[in-house]
Ligand binder design. Structure first.
Ligand SMILES: [Zn+2]
Length: 274
């Protein structure tokens, strides 16, 4: 019986296994999970984070986040995503997008974003991680077949590797497990994110300005989960600059332009962090 069960599980697993061609890069990747499963995990993980976080109710900054988020989402063109954009009051230099378009921005990173375009740079980067299915790739590479099957059959809440999955989905800081993306995924997210922001009508040069501000302040400190140690800020800025020609052309062609957009300011009660 046991063997039969194992064989059945293996069969199910193999039917999920697919060599996926990603739209954004045209690359082929082996991903054990389907987009539906990843989105489901994202949905569960998101609900869990929001339940335990201080979510900021609608205010001017929240409205800006809805505007920027939906403009980036439009460029990402993911009909299966159910986009949500939430602002969490916490002094963390962090932002993420879980599979399925579940976005969180922490108030701690707002001063570094500075303006709408800085926010668009960060959200573009995080959304690119989601559209490139980096979480699915990480889960497939790092968890192994049996663990993936466990999550698929039992749901994220009950999964044995709950914390690890939360971290692979991008929200590791909420469970105290930091698993930053690898260098290759970071570079991909930077460049695709740059295109998203430019097409959405935000000045792409502001992405460089954001990373420069961010690198300056985080210098010497442990990098937040959102900013992996690789590539270094210098490489990052250089890569963005060398793709600026294309990004500027996309920006020029954008039907509506916002430049650097509105300046961001934190609601009064959140100023100064905790
Ligand atoms: Zn990243």
């Amino acid at each position: 019986m046991r063997t039969l069960r194992t064989l059945c599980l293996l069969f199910i697993a193999l039917s999920y296994t697919a060599c996926v061609t990603l739209n954004e890069t045209g690359q082929q990747k082996l991903i054990l999970t389907s987009t539906e499963q990843e989105n489901q995990m994202g949905e569960e993980g998101y609900a869990e984070v929001l339940q335990n976080a201080k979510v900021i109710k609608p205010n001017p900054l929240y409205s800006v986040l809805q505007d920027v988020g939906s403009r980036i989402a439009k460029q990402a063109n993911q009909p299966d995503f159910k986009w949500e954009y939430n602002l969490i009051e916490e002094d963390q230099l962090n932002a993420w997008c879980m599979p399925g378009g579940k976005i969180a921005v922490y108030t701690g990173i707002i001063p570094f974003m500075k303006n709408e375009a800085g926010m668009a740079a960060v959200i573009g980067h995080e959304v690119a991680h989601a559209t490139l299915r980096h979480s699915g790739q990480r889960i497939s590479q790092q968890m192994g077949l049996s663990a993936v099957l466990g999550v698929i059959s039992g749901g994220l809440q009950n999964a044995q590797n709950h914390d690890q999955i939360m971290a692979l989905l991008g929200a590791g800081s909420t469970v105290g497990l930091m698993l930053p993306y690898g260098r290759k995924h970071e570079t991909e997210a930077d460049l695709i994110g740059l295109k998203y922001m430019a097409k959405a009508g935000y000045d792409p040069q502001e992405a460089v300005a954001f990373w420069q501000r961010f690198a300056e302040v985080t210098k010497g400190n442990t990098p937040p989960e959102f900013l992996s140690t690789h590539p270094g800020a210098g490489t990052r800025v250089k890569d963005l600059q060398s793709n600026m020609g294309e990004a500027k052309a996309l920006y020029k062609a954008a039907p509506q332009k916002y430049g650097s957009g509105r300046e961001l300011s934190l609601p009064k009660q959140t100023k100064g962090g905790k």
